[in-house]
Design a protein around this ligand. Structure first.
Ligand code: PXG
Length: 289
């Protein structure tokens, strides 16, 4: 595997970052998780835009422009023969002295890894996922905005630990006010009749790129899609529940906190949206060449 670091492609064993990088020392940096399907990088521009928004929010000036960043992603995929895969794009604050001050770090490190990811076992896409509510609330909007895709994922990891300890693979996270925010690395959607709802970003959800694609596909499918403040009560009583994310794609949820959701099977709307999503991934995206 060849890794892109600061403009160069190097073998994995030579792809190294300093122990003084503030990305490691403080989780100070931003990232994107992107998928390639069928020889194309899916929604590349949207991921690059979000990366720069995350960087802007933490006052990190990325030393190259968006076009060069997109080209770096495509080039790394090409160098690794990626047709279907997962790209991790990371920008760290760079090397600095010990101490929080980010302005001492002069050169952000840009890393692109073209690899694979599987978030949940394949069989669960048929059977559906069981989830529990996390006791750990999502970060307060004004502590670390959930819209920043930062290198500090401890909030989500703490919640994920709760899932695994409870014998399931995913959690629903609430915001500090008790409204539904998202899962540990996915957005959440609830169907009630023909109404499909997902929490507004202001409720502590990352503005997921898959979320935005699904909103578009659902509208095309004739569903009444809306951003709506949701409580656990709304999720327990949904006809269908599903999660969306680049890594997760679309996965049905059939049990939450030991309440059976709908009829306990992945529902027809979830299946229809999955089909539409799969179709889109086969034709859309920046060609790897
Ligand atoms: N919420 C959070 C907190 C996320 O981290 C999503 C929602 C879904 O957003 P997208 O834009 O992907 O639809 C994410 C994305 C990983 C991994 O390596 C995590 C994500 C995406 C890709 C890989 O675990 N999370």
């Amino acid at each position: 595997m060849n890794i892109y670091i600061n403009g160069k492609l190097v073998p994995e064993k030579d792809a190294k970052i300093s122990v003084f990088d503030h990305g490691l020392l403080y989780g100070d940096g931003v990232f994107e998780g992107i998928r390639a399907y069928h020889g194309r990088v899916f929604m590349l521009e949207a991921h690059i835009d979000r990366l720069y928004r995350s960087a802007q929010a933490i006052a990190l000036r990325i030393p190259i422009g968006k076009a060069a960043m997109a080209a770096a992603v495509v080039k790394t995929c090409k160098a690794n023969g990626t047709r279907d895969g997962y790209v991790r794009l990371v920008v760290t604050r760079g090397v600095g002295s010990l101490g929080l001050n980010p302005y001492q770090c002069k050169t952000p490190q840009i890393i692109v890894i073209a690899a694979k990811i599987q978030l949940y076992p394949g069989a669960l896409y048929e059977q559906g996922l069981r989830v529990v509510t996390a006791g750990t609330p999502r970060n307060h909007n004004e502590s670390v905005s959930p819209n920043i895709k930062s290198l500090n994922y401890l909030n989500n990891i703490m919640a994920k630990i709760e899932a695994i300890n409870a014998g399931v693979l995913e959690v629903i996270m609430l915001n500090p006010q008790g409204f539904v925010a998202e899962a540990s690395g996915d957005n959440v959607f609830a169907l009630s009749g023909r109404e499909l709802s997902t929490p507004p970003v202001s409720c502590g959800a990352l503005e997921g790129i898959t979320r935005n694609v699904v909103i578009r596909l659902a509208a095309q499918a004739g569903l009444d899609v809306r951003e709506k403040i949701l409580t656990r009560y709304d999720l327990y009583n949904a006809d269908e529940l599903f999660l969306t994310g680049t890594a997760a794609e679309i996965i049905g949820v059939v049990d939450m906190d030991r309440r059976t959701i709908g009829n306990g099977k992945v529902g027809p709307v979830t299946r229809d949206l999955t089909r539409r999503f799969r179709a889109l991934t086969q034709t859309e995206g920046a060609p790897i060449g």
